[in-house]
Design a protein around this ligand. Structure first.
Ligand code: NAD
Length: 361
């Protein structure tokens, strides 16, 4: 009996990543095979907004851990970008290449609708605009659409543009260079964000070294942007100026940070640091880390326009995203002044904003 209690405590409220979530909901639909989890970390600043990820998780616990870490990250990201939104995220357990059906996404939409607007979903890894359009047939609590009153479209090009400006900020701060011409950027993950980022970097004259586990994505980038491909493990130890993680999270751990031969890390992946102390380790190694939830906020900045019912054209949306440059510069300067890791400074600023809003309620 005691054993069961301990196990429950281990996996829910006392789990390291649970961290005071307001609500975690498990959805299961027998007819379509849908198994989904929605994590709402905070609605203090507004409705919880964050994308849906579809992934073939090795275990259910992996899915729970992922959604909890991602949703907390959304609270910090939305607070840092001052969007008037809380943080949440959802995951669908399944293989995005083989398990998608219209019925599955309709069931997901019906379940999201039950949450009554406390959580608003959008695209993330494994989810396409077409999938989200199906979800939108069942609920209005969805964004990142190409139709509707204020469609914000696919967030990925905006995210990539924000990362491009974030790389410029980090290079300016760490290397004192104003542009990226001639610099070598290592891009890990060549999906929606990675591909668009490679395009912008190539146009800016950067040299690209790339890796992906999907050979088709590698071929596209090597042929279109004169990139040099290396294996998924080898990317960590390539010499260069910037490492841009644009695949999955937790890639910067005790082991990988020691392999790096770059002075800057700046990429789109969520939760790049396996644990917070890896940020301090990077600082100690003299590697400037652009906090993930600041540099990758471009997509959510654009999605926020849709959620708040604002019309924006592409140029306006992209311009707004470029403010990421200034936000990062402030965090880099503050980190230098305080002698602290950049992720620690970012967490402090974002956490303060959420606490101030909570206190004023
Ligand atoms: P995506 O699924 O389109 O692309 C991810 C790519 O990473 C795929 O090509 C995949 O094959 C590759 N990959 C997976 N494991 C890998 C490995 N071990 N080594 C190399 N490549 C690997 O996803 P995306 O939308 O481009 O998002 C990329 C990252 O950015 C994710 O972490 C996502 O959460 C984050 N992010 C995305 C957005 C957005 O607007 N799409 C916004 C914020 C954050």
């Amino acid at each position: 009996m005691l054993k069961v209690k301990d196990d429950l405590n281990m996996s829910v409220f006392s789990a390291a990543d649970y961290d005071d979530h307001e609500q975690v909901v498990f959805f299961s639909d027998q007819d379509t095979g849908l198994k989904a989890i929605v994590a709402i970390h905070s609605t203090v600043l507004g409705p919880a907004v964050g994308g849906c990820r579809m992934w073939n998780y090795p275990t259910e616990q992996d899915a729970i851990d992922d959604v909890l870490r991602l949703s907390k990250g959304m609270s910090l990201k939305n607070a840092m970008a001052d969007l008037g939104l809380g943080g949440g995220k959802s995951v669908i357990i399944g293989d995005p290449r083989t398990d998608k059906t219209p019925e599955l996404f309709k069931a997901f939409g019906r379940y999201i609708d039950r949450l009554g607007g406390h959580y608003i979903t959008a695209e993330d890894v494994g989810i396409e605009v077409d999938d989200i359009q199906i979800v939108a047939t069942q609920t209005k609590y969805v964004a990142g659409l190409e139709t509707g009153d204020h469609p914000s479209g696919n967030p990925s090009p905006y995210t990539a543009h924000g990362v491009f400006y974030g790389i410029k900020a980090a290079v300016r701060h760490r290397l004192g260079k104003k542009d990226l011409g001639g610099l070598t950027v290592l891009v890990q993950g060549l999906g929606h964000v990675g591909y668009n980022l490679c395009r912008e970097l190539h146009e800016a004259g950067a040299k690209l070294v790339v890796a992906d586990i999907n050979q088709g994505n590698v071929d596209r980038v090597t042929s279109e942007f004169a990139a040099r491909a290396v294996g998924p493990e080898a990317i960590f130890e390539q010499p260069g100026d910037v490492f841009a993680p644009c695949a999955l999270g937790a890639v910067l751990d005790d082991h990988t940070v020691l392999k790096l031969k770059v002075p800057v890390i700046a990429g789109s992946a969520n939760n790049q640091l396996k644990r917070d102390h890896n940020g301090e380790e990077l600082r100690r190694l003299g590697i400037l880390y652009a906090p993930d939830y600041i540099i990758n906020a471009g997509g959510i900045i654009q999605v926020a326009n849709e959620v708040h019912g604002r019309d924006t054209d592409v140029d306006e949306g992209m311009k707004k995203v470029e403010e990421i440059y200034g936000t990062l510069m402030e965090v880099f300067d503050e980190a230098d002044k305080e002698g602290k890791a950049t992720n620690q400074i970012a967490d402090t600023i974002a956490g303060r904003r959420i606490e101030a809003a909570r206190a004023s309620k």
